[in-house]
Design a protein around this ligand. Structure first.
Ligand SMILES: NC(=O)C1=CN([C@@H]2O[C@H](COP(=O)(O)OP(=O)(O)OC[C@H]3O[C@@H](n4cnc5c(N)ncnc54)[C@H](O)[C@@H]3O)[C@@H](O)[C@H]2O)C=CC1
Ligand SMILES: O=P(O)(O)OC[C@H]1O[C@](O)(CO)[C@@H](O)[C@@H]1O
Length: 380
């Protein structure tokens, strides 16, 4: 049986990647640092994935096992023997799993010439390449040369909304019916893994930007404006006319950018946007605005879902009016449970928005976008 090692047995790990790997005939071995989750997966060896639809149909993912991410040697052994490695741990965690992956590669390349692909399924541009850089930091020259030939790090875009779970059953996971997993075929080493649900493309850049600047941008606008206006869930934010108008506005801005930059057909883009707004309206998902808004420092960084498209829009003559409003709202996001939000607020209190804006977004104060954002921050 094919073996897949998947880092991160969380929402996307169990509810999306683990499920698709299982359906494709892989035996899934989860790696996680949450010992309770590892123990529960090993005790039951299966879990259920429920669709957030009327009737809530569910399917079983069985034959799974789990190991602790803290046990570097055990993880390395598993990687040495795996047919595929995937991750869904969060962009900031990728550096922390690099050492175990490097040890696994080192063991593997000594023992066999079998190719291996390692796919980071994170909300970030170039996630697998980013992971590769961290992994290579742990490899010696000889291992790097072997890895260059034998190990692929194809970039991927993953899309499925999996909210924070509220079941008594710690493994059960509710997901939206929609999913999309796009992988760059040109970066795959050897045969492309045959997984129903993966779409292989020749160059992934346009698809990652389309996903990040539509699904994640739209979601972020709803989450940050929704939070400021006292909404608790995304579907509740969608029902507020002014928030919906700003979200549509932001998506028209990114849509115009994506059409200009990547040549997507404008009508196809409009349909893509509508489908996404429909997904956001799903009342059965009960997706908290604080989850979607989580880690504002990451989400405000120059290449991410708000500032990335806003700066690119400005360069192309598209006025990022609604994106500017959302960036201001993200800077004001003050969820007490979110350490990044708290850091921004503490900084802003001490230094003022003019200092904070370039620090967290990379937008120079001389840029017209800075004036638009500061205008919103100061009009409070
Ligand atoms: N939830 C969603 O709807 C979607 C999430 N994503 C992306 O998937 C990634 C994971 O997100 P979620 O599943 O929502 O988060 P999550 O918090 O539910 O899952 C992350 C898992 O990684 C584990 N983890 C943390 N450090 C680790 C380490 N060093 N080694 C092994 N495991 C470790 C955690 O214990 C947790 O179980 C993120 O990059 C997110 O942006 C992408 C698309 C959809
Ligand atoms: O997972 P992140 O990057 O924190 O952001 C949350 C976003 O990712 C998703 O979980 C899935 O694409 C969306 O729900 C949301 O836009």
């Amino acid at each position: 049986m094919l073996q897949a090692v998947h880092f991160g047995a969380g929402n996307i790990g169990r509810g999306f990647i683990g499920q698709l790997l299982h359906q494709a005939g892989y035996e899934v071995l989860f790696v996680d640092v949450n010992q309770e989750l590892v123990d529960e997966l090993n005790r039951r060896r299966s879990y259920e994935v429920e669709l957030a639809t009327e009737g809530a149909s569910s399917s079983v993912v069985d034959g799974v096992r789990a190991i602790s991410g803290r046990d570097v040697q055990v993880v390395a052994q598993a990687i040495a023997q795996a047919d595929l490695v995937t991750t869904a741990v969060g962009p900031h965690v990728l550096p922390h799993i690099a050492e175990a992956i490097a040890s696994g590669i080192s063991l593997r390349t000594k023992a066999s010439a079998e190719p291996l692909n390692i796919i980071a399924c994170e909300n970030m541009i170039g996630g697998s390449e980013h992971l590769k850089e961290h992994v290579y930091d742990f490899l010696g020259e000889a291992d790097r040369k072997l890895a260059d030939k034998q190990i692929g790090f194809p970039n991927a875009a993953v899309d499925r909304i999996v909210p924070i779970q509220q079941h008594d059953d710690k493994l059960r996971v509710t997901v939206e019916p929609f999913y999309e997993w796009v992988v760059d075929r040109s970066q795959v080493v050897g045969e492309a893994p045959a997984i129903n649900g993966i779409t292989y493309v020749a160059g992934i850049w346009p698809y990652i930007e389309r996903k990040l600047f539509t699904v994640n941008t739209g979601h972020a606008v709803l989450a940050y404006l929704g939070y400021l206006r006292g909404k608790s869930t995304i579907d509740e934010a969608m029902r507020d006319e002014s928030i919906l108008a700003a979200t549509r506005g932001a998506l028209s801005e990114t849509g115009a950018l994506l059409v200009q930059k990547h040549g997507f057909d404008a009508q196809t883009m409009a349909k893509y946007r509508e489908k996404i707004l429909e997904r956001f309206s799903n009342p059965l998902l009960s997706d908290q605005v604080t989850r979607v808004a989580r880690n504002p420092i990451r989400k405000l960084s120059p290449d991410d879902r708000l500032v990335g498209p806003a700066m690119q829009c400005a360069e192309k003559g598209i006025v990022p009016e609604n994106l500017a409003l959302a960036i201001a709202a993200a800077l004001r996001f003050d969820d007490p449970a979110d350490s990044e939000a708290q850091r921004i607020q503490a900084d802003a209190e001490q230094a003022g928005w003019e200092q904070i804006l370039p620090k967290y977004t990379g937008i120079p104060l001389t840029h017209p976008l800075a004036a638009m954002i500061l205008g919103h921050l100061e009009s409070r």
